[in-house]
Write a protein that binds this ligand. Structure first.
Ligand code: TXE
Length: 491
């Protein structure tokens, strides 16, 4: 059974409770893990606090911290196959995608190792020659890192790498649905590296239970969360009482705009990846396709023609392109959205139901689904479905395309397809979101910041800003020849 990692020791949960981890492919139990209590989370927070305050990690020279972060990246690379296997077991995603995740994770640790070793603050121009003034970055303190189930280890890496690189101590809480890779990475770090006790703590358990102290305890300085808007909003409210730093990545309803001058086969190819990769359980999924009216029918036809290529099935089987949804509860939620769209009058062009294949009957599968004749007032267009569901809307002008694209409370990502460079730049500038792809969809890399406008979140992950998120700025003003202040009368 997997255990909690508290203050440098592996321990069962205080209440001895456990949780079964189920395969979304066939519902079988793939692991049994400790289910932490709120008290376990407090033990983790207290250990992290002590480790931070005694300073063993934050006062470790930056190049040495950088070497440790780089070594974690190397561990991920060395154990790529084992970790990818666990990720597919837990999430159901195709093994090829899990391998790509592991490569991305190794790159994230390598990138933040580089930043940790280089960043020393700056000397600033002082108001008089007798002053040396510098602004330096210091770690924030104890960080609660709360991650979701769609990219379990990747999301953990986006938080863990910069947090540790900057000298913080952390309590890591993966989704209770998908804890296996995060647990394995902590095991590898524990056996291969020499981090001081309390620097890295792992609690496994239900969000509302262990999440309570992680977001309210006065010893926590920062909460970084990736997940849904409702949970993010609740976390922000809880963290407000003690003015914690809060970083939130909350998903999106991302527009994919296609103008009439593009290669339609290419645009269709990317529209499919945008919407259906990982069964649409991607925060940046291109779930709203906005198409010039003159090519609407043609593009829809090309997309629908290729839907049979999205082979559903066991992520370990060669050639499978798409796994199941994460849980029966989540599939029921997505099915509810599909039923609602039909009730609202949208035209169901493809999918909308579970696959017939009896070998998939025990998994939480859903066919790739496409709706046309939708309008911006419909729930299916407004809310994040987080499933294999694409809606298609037509526009007539560039201004209308931009207005439709921005007509959402979200602002994570979006794409524009056109061969007109001026139009591409105009639209990219007008889209209210944190990432814009021109003639592409989905790529990201550690050097470029990732995060949302509007309700897609607060703060940024990756890039320099993703490192700065885990630092405080301190101005150190040094007067070289101290003299009387002059406020009170002298003599
Ligand atoms: O996520 P939750 P859910 C979206 C997607 C999905 C919806 C709900 O639309 O349908 O969110 O998914 C922990 N205090 N995304 O309910 O609740 C929880 O244990 C502290 C987008 O599965 O947000 C898990 O570790 N923590 C997204 C994490 O929060 C709490 C990825 C995410 O769970 C908590 C996933 C609490 N009170 C879903 N309650 C993205 N941005 O990529 C739960 N948690």
């Amino acid at each position: 059974m997997t255990l909690l990692f508290l203050d440098g020791r592996w321990q069962p949960a205080g209440g001895r409770a456990t949780r079964e981890i189920l395969s979304p492919h066939d519902g079988r139990v793939v692991a049994e893990v400790a289910e932490a209590t709120a008290e376990d989370a407090v033990v983790a927070i207290t250990a992290a606090r002590r480790a931070f305050d005694t300073g063993t990690w934050r006062h470790t020279p930056a190049p040495e911290r950088a070497r440790a972060i780089a070594a974690i990246g190397q561990l991920v690379a060395e154990h790529r196959e084992d970790l990818a296997h666990l990720e597919t077991l837990d999430t159901g995603k195709p093994i090829a995608e899990s391998r790509v995740d592991m490569d991305d994770i190794a790159a994230v640790f390598a990138y933040f190792a580089g930043l940790a070793g280089n960043e020393a603050g700056r000397v600033v121009a002082a108001p008089s020659p007798g002053v040396v003034s510098r602004v330096q970055r210091e770690p924030v303190g104890v960080c609660s890192l709360i991650t979701p189930w769609n990219y379990p280890l990747l999301q953990a890496a986006w938080k863990l790498a910069p947090a540790l690189a900057a000298g913080n101590t952390v309590v890591l809480k993966p989704s209770e649905l998908t804890p296996l890779t995060t647990h394995r990475l902590v095991e590898l770090i524990d056996t291969q590296l020499d981090l001081p006790p309390g620097v890295l703590n792992l609690v496994l358990g239900a969000g509302p239970v262990v999440g309570e102290p992680l977001t309210t305890h006065p010893d926590v300085d920062l909460v970084s969360f990736t997940g849904g808007v409702a949970t993010g909003s609740a976390i922000m409210a809880k963290a407000a009482a003690t003015i914690k730093r809060v970083a939130l990545e909350l998903g999106g309803k991302n527009p994919n705009l296609v103008f009439a001058d593009v290669d339609l086969d290419l645009a269709a190819d990317h529209a499919l990846t945008a919407a259906y990769l990982h069964a649409g359980q991607v925060c940046s999924a291109g779930s709203r396709l906005l198409v010039d009216a003159s090519i609407h029918d043609d593009l829809v036809e090309r997309i629908v023609a290729r839907l049979p290529e999205i082979t559903l099935g066991d992520g370990f089987v060669e050639g499978v392109r798409c796994g199941p949804l994460i849980s029966p509860e989540h599939r029921a939620k997505v099915e509810g959205y599909i039923a609602g769209a039909i009730d609202d009058g949208a035209s169901l062009v493809a999918g909308g139901r579970r696959p017939d294949d009896p070998s998939l009957a025990h998994g939480t599968y859903l066919l790739p689904t496409l709706f046309t004749d939708v309008d911006p007032s419909m729930t299916i267009v407004r809310e994040e479905v987080f499933g294999p569901v694409l809606t298609v809307e037509a526009f007539r002008t560039e201004a209308e395309a931009v207005a439709l694209a921005n007509d959402t409370v979200y602002g994570l990502a979006g794409a524009v397809w056109t061969n007109d460079a001026g139009r591409a730049e105009r639209v990219a500038g007008a889209l209210r979101c944190g990432t814009v792809w021109i003639n592409d969809f989905h790529p990201y890399f550690p050097q470029a910041e990732w995060g949302g406008f509007k309700r897609s979140g607060i703060g940024r992950e990756l890039g320099i800003a993703g490192y700065d998120e885990y630092t405080e700025l301190k101005h150190v003003h040094h007067t070289l020849r101290p003299a009387v202040s002059g406020w009170l009368p002298t003599g």
